[in-house]
Design a protein around this ligand. Sequence first.
Ligand code: FMN
Length: 341
Amino acid sequence: MSSMKNRLKDVLPMPVVALAKSMLNGYPSLIMSSLSEARRYNKAYAKDTAKGVKQLESRMMYFTHQIEKGLSHKDFRYGFGKRPLQYLAKTLKLYQQRVSNYSDSMPYRSALAALGEYLKRHVDHEDTLNYVRSIFPVTTLEAAQKMDGHEGGSFHFSEQYKKNNASLTFRELSTNRHSIREFSTEPITYDEIKPALELAMRTPSVCNRQPTRVRVILDHTIIAKALKLQGGFNGYAMPPALILLTADNRVFMAPQEHNEGYTDGGLFGMSLLLALEEQGIAACPLNTMFRKGPEEATRKLLNIPPYENLVMYIAVGHFPDRCITCVSHRFQAEDVVTVVR
Ligand SMILES: Cc1cc2nc3c(=O)[nH]c(=O)nc-3n(C[C@H](O)[C@H](O)[C@H](O)COP(=O)(O)O)c2cc1C
């Protein structure tokens, strides 16, 4: 782009150069970078026909997460998850064909652990077990039964465990934070959430321009409508509060900054999750990865102006007496770190 601008300078009069420069810096440059991003993304993402190892691992983690969510429901629904189990079986098979040491990999072990718990919880449900036996090979089911629970499945703790959160070290707080999707029925007030919001304002942002905007939704009807459009919270009782984080594009100054709101908004989201945890308040981040229709309906419902990008929701409430959530096992740092020396 800059060499093109230099060449223009040599051949065109100054006012024309200024006009051309502003055009290259504006809308055309946004369109070109969006096209290039679209091309790169389209080649990389874990679509259902993808056969790459990383894509298979991600698809495994996605289906494992569906099973873990089902295993974490307070009101357990026997026989749940037939479709994710089917997709998981197909993905595990492809993965076994592609990766020689598949049984050492985190996503594979996590899938087996979730499957192992699924088998245990359905021990007296022969119909469901027969279904599982019909889609997974015996060897996979035997390996799943040998897994212990810490690499996948559901994770249980008592609300008492959260009483001293304000005195924990950062390491303890962060290690023990889990997404909570089933809250106590006790309502939550804005005043209870406010200290966490105030702490999250300490989140760094690009040149301190602080693009994140926060809506705290306490109206139950609006929460229900918003989460119906969101779609990733189906099957749960509505949370007592819902926070929406958006990024205000009016703070940005150049086309190349157009994705920065997601970065700054994501950082704000993490600060807020930890600040809520520190206050002993339960939360679960929820995506705003909408198709066009739900995005427009959400914007209308919550009166979001066009200059704001949706970053994420956070469902918020009090911890129930007994908490059940997903293990959501993690990669080791060395699995994702490249040291450049
Ligand atoms: C941006 C974002 C969007 C998410 N969207 C959803 C969602 O739509 N539904 C859901 O149940 N969980 C959602 N989650 C929660 C993740 O499943 C959860 O953070 C992950 O499994 C790690 O577990 P943990 O939060 O308990 O550590 C989302 C998390 C993030 C960070």
